[in-house]
Design a protein around this ligand. Structure first.
Ligand code: URP
Ligand code: ZN
Length: 459
């Protein structure tokens, strides 16, 4: 089984050159000019196209019981959406409730994915309580190939007490695990929500008022203090605003180990979308909320200058008609989440690279290589070199089209980028040498995706 991709322009964070890539079995065997195809090999002409390493989305929700309902995707719909959008590996948040057994949670999430995914996958293990039993189980889970935890400083039912946060970070430091964290102050959110509702302010636009930038900045500051005292490596998920970035960078400058993720939504959408009339704003409700537009240049510049490491989606699909509507008379009941797994790469390329905000190398770095490095997948994933998995995206920069919910694989009834122009898209996508997407359509096999075991690296 071999595949020869000829004459494409290979782009990694540090290189850009035209060459042929020979994939044999699951890995890249050779990269050179004028390679001769082995007998029986499929040959793909990539002249005039870019070849990127398979993109990695380090923040995805597929199975999720949340705010009285369930996220709508399963591994079949989500992995198809991921692949058509150029994402060949995703990392899902394994999120048992506080009352649930942690190990059983891990088994449940694994069972939802194994044999059912078209793309490769891993998990961040959600730590929603910390006691002796949980600690033992976390040690076992790490041995089974999970090298990152997830903690929530927001949300009742998921959130940790401070003592638990401290012990989770100490354990992570001991094991070399990185701790990803949702940083918002839960107490402030609850109090602000109560005040807004008491004043009769119930519409989706109030979601922002209940979670202003200071609430997120406090969450980041809180995590940074605990990271400083424990020495643990941390990763701030979905950072949305300047105030939060300032806290993270100040901590980094004093030696705190912190990587930062922003989302494609925060780079391109702003809080006015959540203020749309007739409850349309509910489509744009997520946490932290979409921010004032002035934050977008801060985030783009942060990416360009390497202050922010990754661009993810926090893909979390809830239908508008049957689920977002749960918060029709009370914004606190709108299920939080904006799906975007299929669109991240096309939007980042069109509104980032083509718009001159980031260069091609930063694009690849922030959407693939950095996630691979931070989460223990590199150099198997996140780069194009002999020996690496043959996860490749042949990207057609001449393609012109528009985003529409009607052509999405994710199982949700709207798209926040509806009608947006895209300039370029993945035309062919491979996962470990298998072609999974041709001409922008899923052509692969469900079940090809594999659980990728990772080893701790943050000692
Ligand atoms: O609004 C969001 N972010 N929904 C998904 C759950 C989470 O907070 O990560
Ligand atoms: Zn999330």
């Amino acid at each position: 089984m071999s595949l020869l991709i000829k004459n494409g322009e290979i782009v990694t964070p540090s290189e850009r050159y035209v060459a042929d890539i020979l994939c044999v079995g699951e890995t890249i065997a050779r990269i050179d000019r004028d390679l001769t195809p082995p007998k029986g090999a499929e040959v793909l002409d990539a002249r005039g196209k870019f070849v990127f390493p398979g993109f990695i989305d380090p923040h995805v929700h597929i199975h999720l019981s949340f705010m009285g309902t369930y996220a709508k995707d399963n591994y079949e719909s989500a992995s198809k959406a991921a692949l058509v959008g150029g994402t060949t590996t995703l990392i899902e948040m394994c999120a048992p409730q506080r009352a649930d057994d942690t190990l059983k949670g891990f088994e449940l999430w694994l069972g939802k994915a194994v044999g059912k995914s078209a793309c490769d996958f891993s998990f961040h293990m959600g730590v929603t309580k910390f006691d002796e039993r949980t600690e033992k189980q976390l040690r076992q889970i790490v041995k089974r190939g999970i090298s990152s935890f997830k903690v929530y400083l927001a949300y009742k039912g998921f959130g940790l007490e401070d003592a638990e946060l401290y012990h989770t970070l100490k354990l992570a430091k001991e094991l070399g695990v990185i701790v990803t964290a949702h940083c918002e102050n839960e107490t402030l959110i609850t109090e602000l929500q109560k005040e807004l509702l008491a004043a009769g302010k119930t519409d989706p636009g109030q979601h922002y008022e209940s979670r202003p930038p200071a609430v997120e900045a406090e969450g980041v500051h809180h995590l940074m203090t605990f990271a400083e005292l424990t020495g643990a490596a941390t990763y701030i998920v979905h950072l949305s605003c300047k105030e939060a970035l300032d806290q993270a960078i100040a901590a980094r400058l004093r030696g705190v180990r912190v990587s930062i993720e922003t989302l494609i939504q925060y780079l391109t959408l702003d809080k006015t979308y959540a203020e749309k009339p007739k409850f349309e704003g509910a489509k744009y409700i997520m946490s932290p909320p979409l921010r004032d537009k002035s934050n977008q240049s801060v985030l783009w510049n942060g990416l360009r200058d390497g202050l922010i490491q990754t661009v993810a989606t926090d893909h979390c699909p809830f239908d508008f008609k049957t689920q977002k509507v749960m918060g029709k008379n009370d914004f606190t009941k709108i299920p939080n989440g904006i799906p975007s797994l299929q669109d991240r790469i096309n939007v980042l390329y069109t509104y980032g690279v083509k718009a001159g905000k980031i260069d091609l190398h930063t694009f690849v770095n922030s959407a693939s290589t950095q996630a691979a490095k931070i989460f223990g997948l590199f150099p198997r994933k996140g780069t194009i070199q002999p020996g690496a998995d043959a996860d490749l995206v042949v990207f057609d920069p001449e393609y012109r089209g528009r985003i529409s919910a009607t052509s999405q694989y994710t199982n949700v009834d709207y798209n926040v980028f509806e009608g947006w122009k895209i300039e370029g898209r993945p035309s062919v996508v491979t996962v470990r040498g298998q072609v999974m997407v041709r001409d922008g359509k899923f052509t692969g096999k469900i079940g090809h995706g594999r659980f990728i075991e990772r080893k701790p690296s943050h000692f």
